[in-house]
Design a protein. Structure first.
Length: 423
């Protein structure tokens, strides 16, 4: 481990001290509506991905069977197909099967829905001024973009345990599970609570022999599903645990032995699954621009409007007329709404007229002007329409609309708006 990473992990552990060694407290069901919505989206995503992985396994198994028929064995093709099967299970490499394109499209659809859910959660937390939660969700979304999630889960690691060994009682012996993954990994735990009370806590190993205690959220039906990713010194609370900022700087250690314990009630642990986190672009990016060696371009990660223009961003610039107004007007604006795909910027024209401009994202950096509402004016008649681009420095867009003023009806206006982010 290099000195920089050791320093980072030491600092991270200092941040975590209160989380690791704090008194154990019961955690109720989350009353965070945004978190609940994001959890439902994550569950939907996982339900979508499971049959895709199963169908990939079925396709590669069928491929092996075709080249292994008695009397028609093709040794070379058999070896190749078996290698593809091993690579898929070990590192999520897509096998060369007939329905690969359709399967990738299904994975891409699931991934896009999850991206929309992350963007919506970030927008909601931004609007509510819950910046720590906004940043935690942003980091989880960034993790999501850095890995291919098609790799299969390992089989239930506790399937051979008796019901008695799987049952956790208050003050009783914890359930210890060796997860077999020594690097970056994701784990999933499913459990059922017995009775009306009780807190299930998962202890995850940190560096230097320390452990991080993560209380699980319990559903209204008493079910628990915990889904957590440990990657690049960061724990992503994908599902089933709260998102205090302390969880965002945990680190994977050399050991991946986890422990499950309970307080105040009994739990039956149904399954514990784990898989390695695989570096690579998500399936939705497979058709995007490629790098020089044919690999997905990691710098081509799609952004949404929250990356460019979070709520509260201040801008200045000018509005240039191209029809009846050849000059320009200095303008200033501020982002008042943003859900990742739609942004509203309140623009003040020379301190006399205030407008709410709405742009919607089309692609990765192209925007379309889809709304223009006068805040202190009633002259607007129809429109607007226009298009432009958004970047890390600001936004520029054309515009057209009709207006009435001073006895003039349905006069046409057009021009451009140039906005720079005020640093």
């Amino acid at each position: 481990m290099n000195a920089t990473r050791r320093l980072f992990l030491s600092f991270a552990l200092c941040l975590l001290a209160t989380a690791v060694f704090a008194p154990r407290v019961a955690v109720a069901q989350s009353d965070d509506v945004t978190a609940q919505s994001l959890a439902k989206a994550r569950e939907t995503y996982e339900r979508s991905m499971e049959p895709i992985r199963d169908d990939i396994n079925k396709a590669i198994t069928a491929k092996i069977a075709r080249v292994s028929k008695p009397g028609k064995v093709d040794k070379d093709k058999q070896t190749q197909a078996e290698g593809e099967s091993d690579a898929f299970k070990a590192s999520g490499d897509w096998p060369d099967v007939n329905n690969a394109t359709a399967l990738k499209n299904r994975a891409a659809t699931a991934g896009n829905a999850m991206r929309d859910a992350y963007a919506a959660a970030r927008a909601a937390y931004t609007k509510a001024n819950k910046h720590a939660l906004r940043d935690a969700v942003r980091d989880e979304a960034d993790q999501f973009e850095k890995q291919s999630d098609i790799i299969p889960w390992k089989l239930n690691l506790i399937e051979n345990l008796s019901t008695e060994d799987r049952t956790l009682a208050p003050g009783g012996k914890p359930l210890t599970v060796e997860m077999s993954e020594k690097g970056e990994y994701r784990f999933e735990i499913r459990a059922k609570r017995s009775g009306e009370a009780g807190t299930l806590t998962v202890e995850v190993p940190l560096v230097d022999g320390k452990r991080l205690a993560i209380p699980a959220l319990v559903g209204k039906d008493g079910n628990v599903r915990v889904l957590v990713t440990v990657r690049e010194g960061f724990i992503g609370a994908d599902l089933g645990v709260q998102r205090p900022v302390e969880l965002s700087k945990a680190a994977s250690g050399a050991s991946t032995t986890m422990s499950l314990r309970t307080e105040g009630g009994a739990y039956s642990v149904e399954s514990v699954r784990v898989k390695a986190v695989v570096e690579g672009a998500p399936e939705v990016l497979q058709a995007r621009a490629k790098g020089p060696n044919g690999a997905p371009n990691q710098n081509d990660k799609p952004k949404d409007l929250l990356d460019y223009l979070p709520v509260g961003t201040k801008l200045d610039g000018r509005r240039t007329g191209t029809s009846g107004d050849p000059g320009f007007i200095s303008i200033a604006g501020k982002v008042t709404e943003n859900n990742g795909k739609r942004v509203v910027i309140r623009i003040n024209d020379n301190n006399s007229t205030i407008w709410d401009y709405t742009w919607e994202l089309r692609g990765t950096a192209r925007v379309e002007l889809t709304g223009l509402v006068p805040v202190r004016s009633t002259t607007l008649r129809t429109g607007p329409s226009g298009s432009g681009t958004v970047s890390d420095s600001g936004l520029s867009s054309s515009y057209e609309f009709k207006w009435s003023a001073g006895g003039t009806k349905n006069a046409k206006g057009s021009g451009r708006i140039e906005l720079r982010i005020v640093k």
